[in-house]
Design a protein around this ligand. Structure first.
Ligand code: SF4
Length: 410
């Protein structure tokens, strides 16, 4: 697809240039910052506010995995890891990151900067534990694993106490290995910045309730990077203020993300990073806009003010992937109703088992309770070897034609 065609299907945001500058700056600083301060590789669900408050530079291998996926570099890197014995069934973020560690010269950006320590939280999955153990063994550096019990039935006090005790251990671990001290005033300031960005990001997502929606899922996927990677910084707050102003302007002027919005859909699971724009264009061709998704909302949980460490313990234990199917079902039904969608698409992501297991049960429940049609599409977020384009297009075509008949806006 040429750039010209892409422009017609996707209205580029003015803030795209700001985003690019912000992320380039982050990765460029990361190249050199290790000479001046400690660098920690962290999982996407790690309580990064603590690290930021201690002036420890966080790097997110999962964000790098998405970048590798978007640049079609994830498969060659995954093959490097597979040649070392890592199973092709493992998460493609893990395989591409490990491949970039083993073969940095052939990796985007020349690989990630070498870490001094590793912080892994299993609130998103168990894969990260083994992945980070492999990194710790490779680099021979300290690893802290934060264990957040899966919430089958809400958050109990004893779970909060259990996690809070580990947060204190994590602070002691960081102070010991970096010879830095965590100051509660600095932590509170960082949480305040994180919350401001979280609120702005939530407001931007909520603006997509407008008809037509000012953003489509690829816009949200691309713009979520700072809420993950730059959480707790002034830069993230500044960026989301500017993005929100632009999205508000689109709503006020009735500017749609699509040339014409005919159908409103919900997306479940991680983006198809490989061929991101090409893949979602198959829906755009039918005038179908993904006005909401369950993925980019995963970083929208506000951190309540009380005691800072306890607030963080509560927020990071209750993340989306650490909760029951019932919780995920209720949340998705709420989104289907609030965003007034016509149907939903669930990405059964070969890489991400915790996100994908249970989708058939959730789908049946969503349709039974809302009457909305949906379908499950099998692919992988980064490993395009697990994506069959023609059968996928045929399934999309069948779904969209059925939706057209049902809703009657063809
Ligand atoms: S398995 Fe899923 S949650 Fe775990 S690292 Fe991979 S994509 Fe993230």
């Amino acid at each position: 697809m040429t750039e010209g065609k892409r422009e017609k299907k996707y209205k580029k945001l003015r803030t795209a240039a700001d985003l690019e500058r912000l992320m380039t700056r982050h990765y460029t600083i990361g190249k050199f910052v290790g000479r001046f301060k400690p660098v920690a590789w962290v999982t996407s669900g790690a309580p990064v506010e603590i690290l930021r408050a201690m002036d420890i530079f966080p790097i997110y291998p999962e964000n790098y995995g998405a970048l590798c996926g978007a640049r079609l570099a994830a498969v060659p890197l995954a093959q490097v890891a597979e040649a070392q014995g890592y199973s092709p069934d493992l998460c493609s973020y893990a395989r591409s990151n490990l491949g970039s560690v083993f073969d940095a010269k052939n990796a985007p950006l020349g690989g990630l900067p070498r870490p001094h320590l590793l912080i892994c939280c299993n609130n998103i999955c168990s894969t990260v534990v083994k992945w980070y153990e492999a990194l710790a063994a490779h680099y021979n550096i300290p690893l802290f694993v934060l264990d957040t019990p899966f919430l089958h039935d809400g958050l109990a006090d004893h779970t909060v106490h259990y996690v809070l005790a580990q947060f204190r251990e994590m602070v002691a671990f960081l102070e010991h290995h970096t010879r830095r001290t965590l100051h509660l005033r600095k932590l509170s300031e960082t949480i305040e910045l994180a919350n401001r960005a979280i609120v702005l990001w939530g407001e931007i997502r909520a603006l997509c309730k407008a008809k037509p929606s000012p953003l489509n899922a690829p816009d949200l996927f691309v713009n979520m990077a700072p809420i993950v990677v730059l959480r707790g910084t002034k830069e993230a707050v500044g960026f989301y203020k500017k993005l929100k102003a632009e999205v508000e302007e689109r709503v006020e002027c009735g500017i749609s993300a699509l040339p014409e919005e005919r159908y409103r859909l919900l997306w479940d699971n991680i983006a198809i990073w490989h061929h991101l724009f090409r893949f979602y264009r198959y829906f755009v061709d039918y005038g179908a806009c993904f006005v909401v998704d369950t993925y980019t909302g995963a970083w929208s949980t506000q951190i309540q003010w009380n005691e800072p460490l306890e607030s963080l313990a509560r927020a990071y234990t209750t993340v989306f992937l650490n909760q029951s199917l019932e919780y995920r079902t209720e949340l998705t039904i709420r989104l289907l109703n609030e965003y007034e969608v016509d149907g939903f698409v669930m990405h059964c992501n070969r890489s991400c088992k915790p996100y994908s297991l249970g989708q058939y049960a959730i789908k049946a429940e969503l349709t039974a309770r809302t009457g909305l049609p949906g379908f499950i599409l099998e692919s992988d977020m980064c490993d395009y070897r697990a994506h069959a384009d023609e059968p996928t297009r045929t399934r999309i075509q069948t779904f969209m034609e059925a939706l057209t008949t049902r809703v009657g806006r063809g």
